[in-house]
Write a protein that binds this ligand. Structure first.
Ligand code: ACO
Length: 337
């Protein structure tokens, strides 16, 4: 009997507080027009000071578990993808595990930024196919709002990011008909660390000298994300298009066979460009960046949940996802939902 990994539950959560482009206009030298034209973003959600990353992850996880119709005690692994952890260590997955009250199972944090969800799905698929695990909870969660440079220096980055979480339950399934049954068909992962400093947070860190961080570094804003936007844009479009074509080839499918494209949500213009490069009809691309901004590791599961609720993603559909982000990292997947 052939086994596969099926996504059996999806959930998401965004904090209630909405921060619009007009709200940003009041604190930054920016305009709604600039943000919408360059990125497509209209608003994003930002947490209250008391809310942590694992709080968002918990809400999304509970919804995914309920949607899957399983008992939380059936989960045998958590993979937590984030670049905005609760604390430097231990990983945020451990904080979620305690809040979820699922002791003793394996917990893995990964730090592949915007590509985090695709990496997590690929890792989960491999653990399931090995036969060692049966029900894996994947969480992508971010609290960006507490780490943005809201001085004029940071306006090119700070307008982009939002807070939110998405989660899925991936479960082992016996495949009676691999061509028709819901499962992860292929995943592909890539990185090129030569570009690590094109999109990064320089400090604190063990590479930052004796003190890891000092007053001068703080005054220079090295604790905030720094991005070479144009370089990221050019590489994102090229790499996302490339890895969509290659994952289709691995899955023995054509792009035209795909029913729905769930791309990472960094910029509406990146997604339009990728669709244009591959002649993908815009109507097959489901975007959510307008409402959430870039929630990094959360964008794909969050978009999946919204697509299901909107009736756009239905059981049995062929879905392709691709993401690109800091690292540089990128990756793609095709699954039958
Ligand atoms: N409001 C108003 N003006 C602004 C803002 C702002 N928020 N930010 C920058 N500007 C100004 C700049 O100062 C510049 O002014 P100048 O022409 O007088 O010098 C002008 O707008 C153009 O700036 P650019 O940076 O050249 O703008 P660009 O067209 O490249 O768009 C953007 C910027 C939207 C960031 C784009 O480069 C982009 O989307 N890049 C990719 C982002 C991305 O994908 N990130 C990856 C995901 S994040 C992750 O992995 C963690």
């Amino acid at each position: 009997m052939k086994y596969g990994s099926e996504i059996i539950g999806v959930g998401s959560f965004v904090p209630p507080k909405v921060f619009t482009n007009f709200d940003l206009e009041k604190i930054l030298d920016t305009t709604d027009e600039w943000i919408q034209q360059r990125t497509g973003i209209v608003e994003r959600h930002w947490v209250d000071p008391e809310t942590s990353n694992s709080d968002l992850g918990l809400e999304a996880s509970l919804r995914a578990i309920s949607n899957a119709g399983i008992d939380k005690k059936d989960i045998d692994m958590i993979i937590y993808a984030t670049l905005t952890p609760d604390h430097e260590f231990p990983g945020t997955g451990c904080f979620l595990q305690a809040k979820l009250d699922v002791p003793e199972i394996a917990v893995l944090d990964i730090r592949q930024q915007c590509t985090g969800f695709i990496y997590a799905l690929s890792i989960a698929d491999k653990f399931i196919l090995s036969g060692s695990h049966k029900n894996i909870l994947i969480v992508g969660s971010e609290v960006h709002s507490k780490g943005l440079d809201l001085t004029p220096n940071g306006r090119n980055v700070s307008v982009l990011f939002g807070d939110g979480a998405g989660a899925v339950i991936v479960s082992r399934k016996e495949l009676a008909d691999p061509k028709k049954d819901s499962h992860v068909i292929a995943t592909q992962l890539f990185a090129d660390g030569a570009f690590a400093k094109e999109l990064w947070i320089p400090a604190p860190g063990a590479a930052c000298g004796k003190e890891q961080i000092n007053h001068q570094m703080l005054e220079e804003g090295l604790q905030y994300p720094h991005m070479n936007g144009k370089t990221v844009f050019v590489h994102a479009t090229k790499r996302m298009a490339e890895c969509l074509v290659s994952v289709c080839k691995e899955a023995n499918l054509n792009l035209a066979d795909i029913d729905l494209f769930l791309f990472h949500q960094a910029n509406l213009r990146i997604n339009s460009k990728v669709a244009e490069m591959l002649s993908i009809p815009e109507g097959k691309v489901f975007n959510t960046i307008q409402n959430y901004g870039n929630t990094t590791a959360a964008t794909i599961p969050l978009g999946m949940d919204d697509a299901i609720k909107a009736g756009v993603l239905k059981k049995g559909m062929l879905v392709a996802s691709a993401a690109f982000g800091s690292g540089f990292t990128w990756g793609s997947t095709i699954f039958r939902y």
